[in-house]
Design a protein. Structure first.
Length: 201
């Protein structure tokens, strides 16, 4: 809940959370009882909650905490806190991406492979994290660095091309790929899971 006046501008963040597009590695489905659920194409996990709900909740809590600590707000300190937050999430992404490599060429397209998990996927594991970092940057920029001062700006979703073009930290994400990872058509998206290189027993 938001106090009267204080943090009232965060209501648009809540609205955006309800309308948030799915990350590229998630799909929406309906079960036999008509209930909506979400499926991750990489981890093959499903959940009743929209995959971005946790991100927006974390952002709202972070914004409220930063505002309480920095009153009156000091632009330089706010910028430092936003930078620290994005770097922390970037590190989460790097940790999550450990073990993934690719893309590899198969007869039907490019795929990515995780040796430790023995998972292969047509969807780049990087895309979802890049989307999340872009949304976090956009929301924090508008609420802390720009002060949510523009009604026109706050009506645009965080995936708006104009907002995603704002200056952003250079936080590159990449996948490991060794020299011996050159692929031939003999190893496909499906046979990768059974490869002895996976190290699975």
């Amino acid at each position: 809940e938001f106090e009267n006046g204080k943090d009232a501008d965060l209501k648009w963040v809540v609205h955006e959370a309800f309308e948030a597009p799915l990350p590229v590695d998630w799909t929406e489905h309906v079960d036999a009882e008509g209930r909506v659920y979400f499926f991750n194409q990489i981890s093959e996990e499903s959940t009743w909650s929209h995959p971005m709900d946790g991100v927006y909740r974390e952002l709202i809590a972070f914004i409220k905490r930063v505002r309480a600590e920095d009153a009156p707000p000091q632009p330089e300190r706010l910028a430092d806190k936003v930078r620290e937050h994005l770097l922390e999430v970037h590190q989460r992404a790097l940790t999550h991406l450990e073990g993934w490599s690719g893309p590899y060429v198969a007869e039907t397209g490019q795929y990515y492979f995780n040796e430790r998990l023995r998972l292969s996927t047509w969807v780049s594991p990087i895309d979802g994290w890049e989307y999340e970092l872009a949304v976090r940057h956009s929301v924090l920029y508008r609420c802390l660095l720009a002060g949510c001062a523009s009604p026109e700006e706050t009506t645009q979703p965080s995936t708006s091309p104009d907002l995603l073009m704002m200056p952003m930290l250079q936080l590159p994400l990449g996948l490991a790929r060794r020299e011996d990872d050159a692929q031939s058509s003999s190893r496909s998206f499906y046979t990768a899971r059974e490869s002895p290189r996976s190290g699975a027993s």
